[in-house]
Structures are given as structure tokens and as C-alpha cells.
Design a binder for this molecule. Sequence first.
Ligand SMILES: Cc1cc2nc3c(=O)[nH]c(=O)nc-3n(C[C@H](O)[C@H](O)[C@H](O)COP(=O)(O)OP(=O)(O)OC[C@H]3O[C@@H](n4cnc5c(N)ncnc54)[C@H](O)[C@@H]3O)c2cc1C
Length: 466
Amino acid sequence: MTTQLTTDYLIIGAGASAMAFADIIISESNATVLFVDTRHKPGGHWNDAYSFVTLHQPSAFYGVSSKELSKGTKDKVGLNKGMNGLASGAEINAYYDDLMRETFLPSGRVQYFPKCRYTEDGKFVSLLTGDEFSVSYKKLVDTTYYNTTIPSTHTPGFDIDSSVRFMPLNDLPSINSPVPGYTVIGGGKTGIDACLWLLENGIEPDNITWIMPRDAWFLDRKNTQPTPDFFFDAIGAQADQMEAIAESESIDDMFARLEKAGVFLRLDESVWPKMFHGATISALELEQLRRIKNVVRKGRVERIEPHHIVLQEGDIPTTTDIVHVDCTASAISNLDISPIFAGNKISPQTVRSYQPVFSAAFVAHIELQYDDIEKKNKLCKVVPLPNHDSDWVELTYRNLMNQYFWSKEPGLKDWLKNNRLDGFMRLVASVKFYEFEKLKVLNRMRKAAKPAIAKLKQYRASLGTE
Ligand SMILES: Cc1cc2nc3c(=O)[nH]c(=O)nc-3n(C[C@H](O)[C@H](O)[C@H](O)COP(=O)(O)OP(=O)(O)OC[C@H]3O[C@@H](n4cnc5c(N)ncnc54)[C@H](O)[C@@H]3O)c2cc1C
């Protein structure tokens, strides 16, 4: 027998995007929401994250609009010292669990079906009992569009001999006896986290081999701090960025200027990065990572055999005692974009660079405020997720254009200013008429904006992404 249910918004997933979307629906309307998620708790992939994971961005603008995640303190120790706190995976999971139990469900407008898989046409099935459900809904919200993958649940794209010691970084804390060495596979943020965990736990840098198929440009976390004491770093970096783009003569020259201005960082100043995933690190973390000298740049791993690792561009030796740490899951596995609003389906994607939760909340707000689907999509133009370094051009262009369109829309500026997931609007709006040094920064930014957009248009044309 199939149980019949009714809701206004049927949301596939109860991860960070779904929670941010639903939070706006619940606080800005009287509509009802029904979540279906295969996992047993809200929070999505954070439920399966490694135990030492933290946010890469300050907690102050992560989570949902209506509930603070940050403790309002700065880190006193560790590699994020002096900066706004980064919630741990455990804190994030507790936050979403509390939100569901203490706010969403008691509202009487939310139904939540954990351990259930959505199939199609409003139907889902319980993974525990096999019971079937059919939902009559007004809108379907698909928050699984990006298909986030993480090390503990993905399948590596290469063969591993059964005698090889191989584990996702989740298993590192379970090691209880010394090993002769560690080989970290992957140059993204999880690879960085694995290396930092090993170094922080006393492993000598020479006992770490880091397989890095592509080097990446990193963002400096100092520039992502949304508090007034970091105004000159955060907003200053935005002004620097605008000027670097405006004054550049080619895409490579633009990256060089962005690095010189402190907007971008890289591991090795002699290697020109080819990747950009928006990974955010601190100067102290970079200093630690640079202690690792065995960085292997021979492309991707093709297979791991008992005595050597076969890579696209050559082999390196290994042994069966060495721990091989899998950091190859790409957080986002679907980089295609499609209209966010299509018929009665909503597929939240990023409308501001690197900000999936802000974007989901923004999409929900637009959904409630406007009827015309063309208008909704115009205000919610997707800012594509970057992969290659040159993708930064399109991402930045789209980001600036969205910002421009939003500034012309009555009421939207105030909504943004008052939303905790918008880290920087409040910082800009709080500048007083007598704060001359801050005003100078804002003027630099405004002055460079037009020429920067013109330059990005030119680079887009040369890349064929117009
Ligand atoms: C280690 C790590 C650190 C990160 N740090 C940051 C950060 O600091 N700042 C930031 O902005 N972003 C960060 N991100 C990006 C992060 O992916 C997003 O912030 C966000 O958590 C993604 O949430 P989501 O809801 O979009 O996806 P998910 O967490 O993947 O949630 C989707 C949910 O849908 C469920 N689902 C899928 N298919 C079905 C189905 N058919 N039926 C039912 N349920 C289904 C899944 O099980 C999952 O629970 C980080 C990512 C990683 C991996």
C-alpha cells in the first residue's frame, strides 16, 4: 500500500542547501515543506565527513539564515589563529539536527522522512521498511543537483592491489602504530586537510608523499572574514581584485597580479597552477604545507601496485607498509548548469561564487517574491562552479553581474544586508561617513568595477565562454 502525502515544497535531500532553502520558506511564508533524504540525520554529506573536518570559511556565514552557527569568537590556537572560528563537522551536524528538531518540526509545517530514497514523480520509498509514499506537491526542489561526493562514500577511479594499505582520510585517526610513510593522493582541499592533520600530529614532512595531479590557486582565508576588524583585508581584497582585473593585460597577467595583491596563494611559487576549486587556506596552513617536499606532479594515479604507483606520466616506488590516503573524491561531481527554475521544479545552484548555502536561501527568497519564471531565472543566473584556473573568469563575471542586477531590484539590497549568510554586504553598509580610510577602499572598488567588467568580457570572448 502507498501512503499519500501532501505538501507545498517537496525537497529532495536534507543537506545544507535543502535546510537553507526550507529555512527561508518557513520564515518568509506560510507554505509547507516535506524533506526526503537517504541519510538518517539532516546535514547531508557532513554526516559522513572525516572527524577532523572543519568549514573552510568562517561559521559566521554558513548554515541557515535564521540561526547563528558561529560562537562569535576568534580561534586562539591552531592554524586558524586570530581569525573567526570554523565549525567542526560535529558542530555542523548538531546545528542541523537541533534546527530540524527544535524549529522546523515544531513549526507544524514540516514533514521529514530520513532513510528514504526519492525515486520519481513525487514518489519515495523507505530504505528500512520498504514502505512506499506518494506526494502531491506544488513545487519539487532538487538539492541533489551537484551530486556532492566525499572520500568515505566514493569509489576511487583507479585499481588498488589488495595487499596495498589504502584508506579514505576518515580512517587516519584509527591508526595506532607507527608506519614508515604516508602517501596522500589528491591536491584539493581534502588532500590539504589530510596533510595538515598528519603534520599537526607530529609526522615528519619527509615521511609524507603528496600526489598532486594539478596545483591549485587558493584563496587566503584572511580575506573571507566578515567582521569589522577584518574590513581592510576582506573588502580591501575585493578592491585589489577589481584593480588587478582592470589593469591586467592577459589572463595569466591577471592571475599574477591577483597573487601579488594577496588575493590568491599557491603552494609552490615555481609551479603555475592549472586548477581552481575555491579552496580557502590560512597563511599558517600554507607555511605548514610548504614543509612537504615530496610533491609528485606526474598526473593522476592509474593504479597502485605493491611496489609502485603507476601515474599518467610515470611511476613512483611504494611499499605495502605505506598508508595511501584517498583524497580524490571531487566534492562536486556535476559541473553542468541548467536553469534554476523550470516549470514546477527548482534546482538550487550557486548564484554567488563558492556560496552554496547563501545561494539556496537566495533562490528560496526569489521563489517567494516573484511569480514570473523568466524574472526569477534572470535574478538567479547560475555562477558556475570552477574547475580549471580559467573558469575563474566566468565565475567572477557572473558574480559581478548578479551583484549588479540585485542592486537594481527594490528591496533586495535590504534583504541581503540583513541576511547572515551574506558575509560582506553588512560590512560595506556599516561604513560611516567619517571613516575615510574605509571609504577610500570602497571608492577604489567602485572606480575599478567598470573597467574590470570590460576586461572580463574580453577574456570571456577569448575563452569562448560568452
Ligand atoms: C570537506 C568539505 C568542506 C566544505 N566546506 C565548505 C565551506 O566551508 N563553505 C561552503 O560554503 N561550502 C563548503 N563545502 C561545500 C559543501 O558541499 C556545501 O556547503 C554543502 O554542504 C552541500 O550541501 P548540499 O545540501 O548541496 O549537498 P549534500 O550534502 O550532498 O546533501 C544532499 C542530500 O541529498 C541526499 N540524496 C541524494 N539523492 C537522494 C535521493 N534520490 N533521495 C533522497 N535523498 C537523496 C543525500 O544523501 C544528501 O544527504 C564543503 C564540502 C566538503 C566536502
